[in-house]
Ligand binder design. Structure first.
Ligand SMILES: NC(=O)c1ccc[n+]([C@@H]2O[C@H](COP(=O)([O-])OP(=O)(O)OC[C@H]3O[C@@H](n4cnc5c(N)ncnc54)[C@H](O)[C@@H]3O)[C@@H](O)[C@H]2O)c1
Length: 273
């Protein structure tokens, strides 16, 4: 169902690789709500993913940009402003990757070149993205910027590895930019802390099924799906959340504040019998 919450708004959505990507669902929902969209992803994702199908579905141009390249990001905002004939109202950062996770290097034996790449791709890119927009004055008054994160920034999940450090940095960058862009143009900057979700990036984490099932059992409402995350992003991009900024917003069915649930008690009790 559409509420026309984003009618007349223009947005940039990064990170849609295939139908399972959270960004894919966000793009579809923003389009349904009346937004005009520009899609972006790393040049390699153009070849590997299905972003062209999404572009057709949401009537969007794709502007390839490596999110670690300040030059690419500058061109992204310049092109998006050309396409939309002016400023941008919302931006989604939906980018994550860890070469250490990919090469199965544990947290106790990290490769530091990989570590620097993890931080650059998954966190510093958020700073670079916003700085590119800020320098070009690309975001309209009252605009909204969001990045996707995970609760491993606050609590330890051993197999989430150096991505946890990246998420902590990402959330801090949202607060830093939320201050500066808020002062300058009332632009909101938030992170959405999403439940485990079956996607290419998500499934790369060792033991993802256990992650997923544990969170689901410990959430009174159950895990939040990618479609539900897209609904939440729409609200954040809309004018209904004009004073929400510099927050890490849990979108996790209640997981982050639940100590224990009956299903978890039952599971542990059955193991002790
Ligand atoms: N899946 C989960 O369980 C989960 C939970 C919480 C948060 N998140 C976060 O959601 C975001 C989106 O991930 P997803 O789960 O939809 O997986 P995904 O694999 O579909 O998306 C990750 C995207 O990052 C892009 N990317 C990687 N390197 C890039 C670069 N250098 N420049 C530009 N783009 C680059 C990839 O091409 C891909 O489109 C990530 O930040 C992830 O950490 C995911």
């Amino acid at each position: 169902m559409s509420y026309n919450l984003l009618k007349g708004k223009k947005g940039i959505i990064s990170g849609a690789l295939d139908e399972s990507s959270i960004a894919w669902k966000v793009a579809m929902r923003c389009f349904e709500e009346g937004a005009a969209i520009t899609l972006t992803n790393a040049p390699i994702a153009m070849r590997m993913g299905k972003i062209k199908d999404l572009a057709t579905a949401v009537n969007a141009e794709i502007v390839p940009a490596d999110a670690t390249s300040t030059e690419d990001l500058k061109k992204l905002f310049q092109r998006a402003m050309e396409i939309h004939g002016g400023g941008i109202d919302f931006v989604l950062h939906s980018i994550g990757q860890s070469p250490n996770v990919r090469k199965e290097k544990p947290y106790t034996d990290l490769n530091y070149d990989f570590y620097a790449k993890t931080l650059d791709i998954s966190a510093t890119s958020f700073h670079k993205m916003i700085q590119a927009a800020y320098r070009l004055d690309a975001i309209n008054e009252g605009g909204s910027i969001a990045a996707l994160t995970y609760i491993a920034a606050q609590r330890t999940y051993p197999n989430y590895n150096d991505m946890a450090d990246a998420k902590a940095l990402l959330e801090s960058i949202a607060r830093g930019w939320g201050y500066h862009y808020g002062i300058r143009k009332k632009v909101r900057v938030n992170t959405v802390s999403q439940s485990p979700t079956y996607t290419t990036a998500g499934s790369g984490v060792t033991g993802f099924d256990v992650f997923y099932n544990y969170a689901n059992s410990l959430s009174p409402l159950g895990n939040a799906t990618a479609d539900e995350c897209a609904d939440y992003c729409v609200v954040l991009f809309s004018d209904l959340t004009r004073k929400v900024t510099m927050q890490n917003l849990y979108h996790d069915g209640g997981y982050s504040t639940t100590g224990i649930t009956q299903p978890v008690i039952d599971l542990i009790s059955s193991k002790n019998e």
